[in-house]
Write a protein that binds this ligand. Sequence first.
Ligand code: UTP
Length: 408
Amino acid sequence: MNYEQAAAKLREAGQEHVLKYYEELTPRQKEQLLAQIETTDFSSLASLKDGKHENGRGVITPLGVMQLPRIRERQKEFRKIGLDAIRKGKVGAVLLAGGMGTRLGSDDPKGMYNIGLTRDVYIFQRLIENLMDVVRQADAYIPLYVMTSDKNHEATIGFLKEHDYFGYPEESVTFFMQEMAPACDYQGKVYLEEKWKISTSPNGNGGWYTSMHKWGVAQKAMADGVEWLNVFAVDNVLQRIADPCFVGAVIDGACEVGAKVVRKCAPDEKIGVVCLEDGRPSIVEYYELTEELMNARDENGDPAYYFGVILNYLFRIDALEKIRERNLPLHIVEKKIPCLNEAGEKARPQEPNGYKFEQLVLDMIHEMDSCLSFEVERNREFAPIKNRTGIDSVESARALCKENGIVL
Ligand code: UTP
């Protein structure tokens, strides 16, 4: 793309300021900027109306959950089905590690965070230790796909290599990168992160399958016979991955997706809850849960929306293929976006200064025809690290690890 073409594209998108420093740039930087303008999709910015995001929801009704007593009754049977699928190489695991972890406030990939007290225990290590539990039970390695982003790809690969993948075989690990999306100020003008670079941030965890496909990784998985993908978040240090009982229950239920859920600890806990939306499986985010839904009861008199998702889903690949080209809703998230200030100097804002645009994996659930909500014991499987202190922090996760006999 030449200068004139870039200028025309920017004019159309109302982003002419991107070329503000063009004359000062070296030939290499000019090239870089023009190439970025060519590949950037500015259409997300159009979804900003007066700086506010509108999000309509359908009719919400309760979705039944397979609860612990029922699971215990059928545990043996489910485990057998699950282990059989794992042994046959039908189950892969997808680690979502492309996020920025801004709340934790470290520039390193979240998985590199060391939660150890008397020894080193990195988050990546904890996850692989848990995965190894299943490897031992099945006597088979589970292909592990790791999604990174432009911001942390090299660091993630370097770190895992340096630690010898914490004992996992290198040939069972495949990396792919997610897409980036431009970030903007409250008026919808994209920020510059360098004079030759538009500020971008990872486009949310909802693009994982599309990215996996773009990199040819999904096709390879299918060719290898993988039929199910267990997608999970990097920041839950008690995450059970490719859990045979869960895998078996979803296969047995002939569902397109399974979602691990926990009982909320309070009606207003900040966690998305499973439900039906216009009769299809769905997840309502905590900030969309009205007072009425929060206190609603089902026909047994139990709280109707009381099971929250923990970002651990098992998707059938053919169902993912069916929805690959569909557009998921865009979520507009207020963030601190590193940018150039008026004087053209780099600034690291202390307070949110604009928006980034994200697609979320939870919106994929609504695209599926059927979903098994599968309850797990909260204190055994859910220790997320989101914040530096307080709720969902390193401290709370350490306490939960201790409760589960994990030496840190
Ligand atoms: P979060 O929603 O906690 O986002 O991610 P984050 O970017 O890691 O953290 P904050 O909000 O800036 O503090 C939940 C999971 O989704 C992954 C994260 O790595 C984490 O495993 N994720 C998130 C991605 O892989 N890509 C993204 O663009 C966003």
